[in-house]
Design a protein around this ligand. Structure first.
Ligand SMILES: *[C@@H]1O[C@H](CO)[C@@H](O)[C@H](O)[C@H]1NC(C)=O
Ligand SMILES: *[C@@H]1O[C@H](CO)[C@@H](O)[C@H](O)[C@H]1NC(C)=O
Ligand SMILES: *[C@@H]1O[C@H](CO)[C@@H](O)[C@H](O)[C@H]1NC(C)=O
Length: 812
């Protein structure tokens, strides 16, 4: 049995325990026991290990697909820890103290795809158990206690594996042998502690991308590793290369690179070297398989000397330098920055590289793209530079450029320049000096440059795309009409108060961006003249939600694709009560915006109402009622001057009788004879006898009613046909005559169905509903009782003065 810890990496045929069986084991047991007790007393979170979560509990299984268990002091894994998480996909166990990986603990997690167990103390992997993580895609085993790298052949069972992370102190030829058939996408080798590397070991590794963290102190092993890495993957990232004076362990590795090497993209990151050391790798790279070289987060130290470099060949297509810290303190003779200008490469990028100057290439250059954003370049750049004839794109974003006229003249020696980015500089226009641009320019980015309306007097004429966002522009002058090729105009974050009228802009304009300006109400001109603008971006303006905005809102609702950002960026700012609501939800009905329409509706309504009132008056005979009421009023006035006793004395009749002419037979033959017995105890005012000729009928009626104690109404379908009867009833029932409502007596001669009563007789209807009436019985036998009842109802002691009573005989 081997005693050295993890002398065999991923040893599978035999599982080798590292713990010595005797005293070590006992101590280990005690250690685990104490951790167990500790952990049990901790919160439930910390007690994850050894906490048993048997399957079938009510809160189990869990639907969680991700578990982050980093930094939990976990020392050992158990099946029960994960058996609940049947859908577990992602498990991060990094930064714990796990010593052994037995994948059978994941036997209930068939979906596990991501397993990060880096930064633990692994020294053993149970190879037989790898079958339990067959679906694993991402496996990070880096930064553990493996001394040697050795993959057992069971690893090939992980057919989905794409991403692998590893660390070891020693790499040997057979380390990757067993996984040679596997095609990986990304392999990370954390080689900070590498002490031994056997040449050719990486040849069995198949991956598209390889990232190597180099040892902090570069050594021979790392040099061999790097040489092999150049032939391992198409993309190689080398991180952490640092050296103070000589960097041979690093630079010599590149002397082996050829055109037939495998690497195409080389990324050198997180490094720090003397300037001239890193430049040593350039000539070999320029004649190699490498097409794209990236240097990221890199510190140039000490001295940088100009060295004439031989770029006879130029396999390389792009050089990108990002986040370069320049600590170079001195230089001699030719400026070392000249080396950048002499590089033969089509695309060159120095971003955040602290450059304060970039030389004009001394000979015709093949630069087609020069990206120099976020440096400290000034207006002196590329002045009168005749060797940039191929240049198509120049990006000088975020530098220290100032004078537009000077920059414009810079372009005059660049006949192919199409794309110029001058954004995020503090530019100004000098009215004295003219701007002269190369005609080839079609794209100009002047955003965030502190420009005002005067910029329109200093622009290249053939522009197709012009970005003037984030400036101080308040209006678009008429000159813009000359830009006939303009397709895109970006004016976001300026001070425009209206959307520009397209009439003043060439009619090729397809995209117009005016978000975040001061536009309250897009003018009608825009809506009329800008039909060909395919996309308009006008969100985040302080829209005034009133009638005039409706056309614009309509456009948004009808063509939401045309308005970029619709509806979420378009909100009302004014009036107060609508602030914050989406224009999409802002709705004013047509009528509230159209005065003549509003007037029409109001007048129309008044007219219709008057018609209704007038016709209702006629329908219900209101004028007649009014006339009559007037009369009553007079009568009442007259009566008021007569005292109550007089009223009593005035009564000449027991009852007034109202009936329809159709029912007169019954009245004359039945009612009158039965009431007015021979004794003359009951006197009836009967219109045929007592109406005074010459008086208006209505006055006769009123007289008659007034002179009677009671009013008898003979109700029948005929009665309701007769208007007169109805009026009589109305008067009789009116308060004037009805101070005590007992003076109304209703006789129902024939049943009247409710529906027969016309609406205008609603009075009658309600009387019939609320009062009891005497029903004329059809059976003869009941007649006597009926008469008795009726007589009783009207019986009153009259102090009738004989002389006042008209002689019935005379009146008929
Ligand atoms: C796991 O967690 C560590 C520490 O928080 C983190 O650095 C690492 O990226 C995580 N792993 C994955 C695969 O996300
Ligand atoms: C060069 O840069 C341009 C513009 O950034 C890009 O479109 C092109 O793909 C680059 N070419 C190479 C070879 O990197
Ligand atoms: C102009 O430059 C700014 C950054 O400086 C960038 O955000 C913007 O997208 C550029 N404009 C165009 C049209 O590419």
């Amino acid at each position: 049995m081997k005693t050295s810890k993890s002398s065999f990496w991923f040893q599978c045929e035999r599982f080798i325990t590292i713990t010595k069986v005797t005293a070590d084991g006992y101590l280990y047991f005690l250690f685990m026991l104490s951790i167990y007790i500790l952990v049990q007393s901790e919160s439930s979170k910390a007690s994850f290990i050894h906490r048993r979560l048997p399957r079938g509990l009510s809160n189990c299984p869990s639907a969680d697909t991700q578990l982050d268990l980093t930094k939990r002091n976990i020392t050992q894994l158990q099946t029960s820890d994960f058996s609940c998480f049947l859908d577990l996909k992602f498990l991060n166990l990094s930064y714990n103290s796990i010593e052994e990986l037995d994948c059978s603990v994941f036997q209930f997690n068939p979906s596990l795809e991501y397993l990060d167990i880096s930064n633990n103390r692994l020294h053993t992997i149970q190879c037989q158990s790898l079958q339990y993580i067959k679906n694993i895609k991402h496996l990070d085993l880096s930064y553990n206690n493996f001394k040697q790298m050795h993959f057992c052949k069971e690893f090939t069972a992980l057919s989905q594996l794409k991403h692998l992370g590893l660390s070891a102190e020693q790499i040997q030829t057979n380390s990757f042998l067993n996984i040679a058939p596997m095609q990986l996408e990304y392999v990370f080798l954390g080689m900070e502690d590498l002490t031994e590397y056997e040449n050719g070991s990486l040849q069995f590794l198949n991956t598209n991308k390889l990232l190597i963290n180099l040892p902090t102190n570069l050594n021979l092993a790392s040099s061999y590793l790097l040489s092999d890495a150049l032939n391992t993957s198409t993309t190689l990232e080398v991180s952490g290369a640092q050296c103070d004076v000589h960097c041979d362990y690093f630079t010599k590795s590149f002397s082996t690179i050829t055109k037939n090497s495998k690497v195409v993209n080389l990324i050198i990151s997180n490094g720090a070297m003397p300037g001239n050391e890193i430049f040593k790798i350039m000539p070999p790279i320029w004649d190699s398989s490498i097409e794209h070289l990236y240097i990221k987060i890199f510190r140039l130290q000490n001295e940088l000397k100009y060295v004439k470099m031989d770029f006879l060949h130029h396999s390389i297509k792009s050089l990108t330098v990002e986040d370069l810290t320049n600590e170079v303190v001195s230089f001699r003779d030719t400026h070392p920055l000249q080396m950048f200008a002499e590089m033969l490469v089509e695309n060159i990028t120095f971003s955040r590289a602290e450059l304060y100057f970039f030389f004009c290439p001394p000979a015709p250059s093949i630069f087609r793209v020069i990206n120099l954003p976020s440096n400290r370049l000034t207006d002196d750049i590329f002045q009168n530079c005749a060797n940039l004839k191929e240049l198509e794109l120049l990006n000088l974003q975020n530098n220290k450029l100032e004078q537009m006229s000077k920059i414009s003249s810079m372009t005059l020696t660049m006949p192919n320049l199409k794309h110029l980015d001058l954004s995020r500089n503090g530019l100004h226009i000098d009215n004295e000096k003219q701007c002269k641009w190369m005609d080839s320019l079609v794209f100009l980015n002047l955003s965030e440059s502190g420009l005002t309306n005067s910029v329109f007097g200093c622009l290249p004429i053939n522009l197709q795309i012009l970005d003037l966002s984030k400036n101080q522009i308040s209006s678009i002058p008429i000159e813009v009409k000359n830009f006939v090729s303009l397709k895109e105009l970006h004016l976001a974050s300026n001070r425009l108060t209206d959307i520009p009228d397209c009439h003043n802009i060439g009619n090729n304009l397809g995209v117009l961006k005016v978000d975040e300006n001061l536009i309250n109400l897009p003018s009608k001109e825009f809506l009329q003249n800008c039909e060909y603008v395919k996309y308009l971006s006008a969100g985040k303006n302080p829209f005034q939600c009133n009638c005039d905005l409706r056309e614009f809102v309509k456009m948004g609702v009808m063509f939401p694709k045309r308005l970029i950002g619709w509806p979420e960026s378009y909100k009302c700012a004014d009036p107060e009560n609508l602030r914050g609501i989406f224009l999409q939800d802002f709705y004013l009905p047509e009528i509230s915006c159209n005065i003549s329409m509003l007037l029409g509706v109001v007048l129309g309504t008044i007219f219709i109402l008057s018609i209704i009132v007038v016709s209702a008056c006629f329908y219900f005979d209101v004028p007649w009622y009014i006339r009559m009421l007037f009369r009553w009023f007079r009568t009442k006035h007259r009566l008021r001057n007569v005292n109550q006793q007089d009223i009593q004395n005035d009564k000449l009749f027991h009852a007034f009788i109202s009936y329809s002419q159709e029912d007169s037979d019954w009245v004359k033959n039945m009612l009158l004879p039965n009431l007015e017995r021979k004794d003359g105890s009951i006197k009836i005012c009967h219109h045929e006898r007592h109406f005074i000729p010459g008086k208006a009928i209505i006055e006769n009626i009123i007289d008659c009613i007034e002179k009677s104690f009671k009013s008898i109404f003979v109700l029948s379908p005929n009665f309701i046909q007769s208007d007169w009867c109805h009026y009589e009833l109305y008067f009789a029932q009116h308060t004037l005559f009805g101070k005590n409502s007992n003076n109304l007596i209703l006789i129902l001669l024939d049943p009247i169905p409710q529906y027969l009563i016309p609406n205008k007789y609603n009075k009658l209807r309600s009387i019939m509903k609320h009062r009891t009436y005497l029903e004329w019985p059809k059976e003869k036998g009941k007649h006597a009782l009926f008469w008795a009842n009726l007589r009783e109802a009207i019986h009153v002691n009259l102090s009738i003065k004989e002389e006042d009573m008209a002689d019935p005989e005379v009146r008929t």
